[in-house]
Every structure is written in C-alpha cells, then in structure tokens.
Design a protein around this ligand. Structure first.
Ligand code: SAM
Length: 392
C-alpha cells in the first residue's frame, strides 16, 4: 500500500468523512497520523476519494525522517527528482502542526533549488523555474504544468512527496455564487454541506431528506452524489428557490418539484413512517444576531429553539428507516462575556429516540471552523435512530 498525505478542510469533520466513505466501500486503509491540518494514511488506490468535500490535496509521500538534512539525503539518493520530468517548473509547500517555521521551509527550498540547478545544467532542454509564489496554494489547473513538492511536519517527523490530486474548489464556489436562488444569511457553504452529506454514509439512489432545506445546499450536494433528494421548508419562497436550484444543477433532467414541498418540520405530515434513508439538516432557528447577546437573552432564545428541535427530531425519527442516520447542526452561541452556550443535546436525543454514533465518544460535537467574531458557531452531531423507536 502507498502512503499519502491529505490536507484537510476542517480537521475532525474531514477525518470522519474520510472514515465514513472508506468504511462504506470496505476499502482497506490505515490512518497513521492525524492532526487538524492533515492526515497520513496507507491505502491501495485513491478511487474512493473523488466524492470527498473535506480534502484540499492528496500528496504521495516518498520519504520521511526526523531531520530535514537526512530527509533530503534520502530523496537525493533515491533520485526522486524524476518528479520534475522534463520541465523543471516546481514549487514547494510546507504544512505543519506547529506555527510554520520559515527557516525550515527556506532550507528545504535551497536544497531543492541547488539540486535542480545541477540537473538543469546536465539537461539542456530544462529550465529551473521556481515559482515565486511557491508557498501559496496552486490551483487544480496548474497541477498539470507545475510539480508541487510538499514538505510536512507532524511534530516528530518530516515528510516529503509530490502532489497527485488537488480538489477543485471552483466548482463549490460556482455552486455557491451562481445558483439561481441564494440567501447568504441562512445558507451553509457547499463544501461543508458535502462533508455532512457524506457523513450519512449513504449509497447511490438511497433517499436523503432535509426538512429545513432553506436554499437547498445539502440537497444540491446530495443530488450530485447520486442520492434521491427530498426537502421541506415552511417558507414557500425557500421551497420554490430550492426547486430552481436543483433544476439548475440537474439541468432540468429530473422531476424535482414533487420532492420539495412546503411543510412544517415539526410534523412532516407529508411523509410515511420509515421511508427515508438519511436526514441531513441545519435548522439553527435563531434570529440574525447583530451583536453578541447577554447570557439571559441567549438562554431565552435557545429555550425556544430547543423546543422546536425536539419536536422536529421526533418527526424526523418517525420518517427514518430503522437505524437511519441523522446529521444535524445545532447552534452554540457566544455571549457578550465570551461564554459559549449550547442546546441540551442529551435531553434532545433522549426525547426523540436517537443515539449518538461512535463519533461522539465523549458526547461532544464536532465543531465547524469559525472566526473570532462569529456569534453563532455550528456544532455537528451524527445520530442514529434507536431500534423500535418509531412513534405513531
Ligand atoms: C438555517 S436555514 C437552512 C439553510 C440551508 N441549510 C441552506 O444552506 O440554505 C433554516 C431554514 O428552516 C426553515 N424553517 C424554520 N422553521 C421551520 C419549520 N418549523 N419547518 C420547516 N422549515 C422551517 C427556514 O425557513 C429556513 O429556510
């Protein structure tokens, strides 16, 4: 099996997404190193990775060592510069779990430059063409013409290798900014949506529901992955908008309208019991906060929200098939004093007939990356319907 380094969009979320996808296909693999920025794994083929949302790049590792001097010697001995093929257009990127150490980056860059210059002298056809902006990300289009050499440090060892795949961010950006119906005040990013859909671990043609569909971001990603999608929202505007977005992404080929409907997620009356394979949703249900609320206000808001979440989760439980999964986002509010307050998730899952999957060993959520001034932070939970918990 070959060794690969995967740079991650969102630490833990990406990690569980990778595990879910690989376990679904029973692909043999072994995760060797895991941190918030990257993971290293051994795997036979990269086939299963094409659907991932949580990975930026895949790098094939060719050498590893505790010191960069020894690391460099070993790549030199093994003639790793065949990486460069006939044109020496190259760049070096450095990923580290620690604050990036420029001296290390510079040293490796100098080593490589020196060696590549020698190579260029021998081979008259070749130019040593180091990209000045080498430390920055290269785009998927450039990967064909530029060799990206990647150096990584996990706190103990350095790793070096060549980038094999860069996942195309422009498709996500296009879906975010070009779809016919947009509302940035409520919608989640398509990349995060892709990760959360993948956490359901569903197979082609299984049915996924988002009962609080908003602009339909989850359903767009699910539809691209080959799942059957169903959605509800209590606002007609969102239902029409999600239909338009799905027709746009599916080039009007699929009959979408009947699957997206106005419905109160607290009841989900239009759905039969035990008919849905998986649910992915982000109700949030809080007003747009202009400033950080105080603790009393936060608790008041969350109390109302929690009641709706519980009712909706009971109705979601009813429509899910036995052992069906629910991936749900809940709000964590940061108060004006910097305190974080969340919903009472243990109460909620008990009331609604769900249990945590193994992801939540300590009953803790996975947190979506957030900025310092964000008032509402996203907590992600992956739950499973308890056996025989369907209520009438
Ligand atoms: C945070 S937004 C979801 C955004 C969505 N994930 C997206 O990316 O566009 C929540 C949505 O839930 C809808 N909603 C609120 N209460 C609802 C209820 N009881 N039943 C159904 N939809 C509801 C709102 O209209 C809103 O569109």
């Amino acid at each position: 099996m070959k060794k690969y380094l995967l740079t991650l969009v969102n630490g833990e979320l990406s990690y569980y997404e990778i595990n879910t996808i690989l376990n679904l296909k029973s692909t043999p693999y072994k995760i060797l190193i895991k941190n918030n920025n990257f993971l290293i794994l051994e795997i036979e083929s990269l086939k299963e990775f094409s659907k991932l949302g949580g990975v930026y790049k895949i790098i094939e590792i060719t050498a590893e060592n505790e010191s960069i001097e020894k690391l460099y010697k070993s790549i030199k001995q093994n003639n790793e510069f065949v990486w460069l093929e006939e044109k020496a257009r190259w760049c070096l990127s450095y990923y580290s779990i620690e604050k990036t150490n420029n001296a290390i980056y510079k040293k490796m860059s100098e080593y490589l430059n020196e060696e590549i210059s020698k190579l260029v002298k021998k081979n008259k056809q070749m130019n040593n063409d180091i990209l000045e902006d080498s430390f920055r990300e290269i785009s998927v289009n450039k990967i064909k013409t530029i060799t990206e050499i990647v150096l990584a440090y996990d706190g103990k060892k350095f790793y070096i290798g060549k980038t094999k795949i860069i996942f195309n961010s422009t498709d996500y950006i296009k879906r975010d900014l070009s779809r016919p119906f947009q509302d940035s005040s409520i919608s989640i990013s398509p990349r995060i949506a892709r990760i959360l859909v993948n956490l359901l671990g569903l197979k082609n043609n299984q049915t996924v529901l988002d009962p609080f569909c908003g602009t339909g971001t989850f359903l767009i990603e699910a539809s691209i992955l080959g799942l059957n999608v169903m959605g509800t929202d209590k606002r007609k505007e969102c239902v029409n908008g999600t239909r338009k977005n799905l027709q746009w992404i599916n080039k009007n080929q699929k009959k979408i309208n009947n699957n997206i409907m106005v419905n109160d997620a607290e009841k989900l009356v239009s759905f039969q019991k035990r008919t849905i394979d998986g649910i992915v949703t982000e109700p949030i249900l809080l007003p747009n906060l202009k400033r950080h609320p105080n603790e009393i206000k936060t608790r008041e808001l969350l109390k109302i929200t929690q009641k709706i979440y519980v009712k909706a989760m009971i109705s979601m439980n009813r429509v899910l098939k036995e052992n069906g999964k629910l991936v749900i986002v809940t709000p964590r509010v940061k108060t004006n004093r910097g305190k974080f307050i969340s919903l009472d998730i243990l109460h909620m899952i008990k009331e609604s007939g769900f249990r945590f999957t193994r992801i939540h060993k300590n009953n803790q959520p996975i947190i979506v990356k957030y900025s310092k001034d964000q008032k509402i932070i996203r907590e992600v939970w992956v739950m499973q319907k308890e056996e025989n918990s369907t209520q009438s």
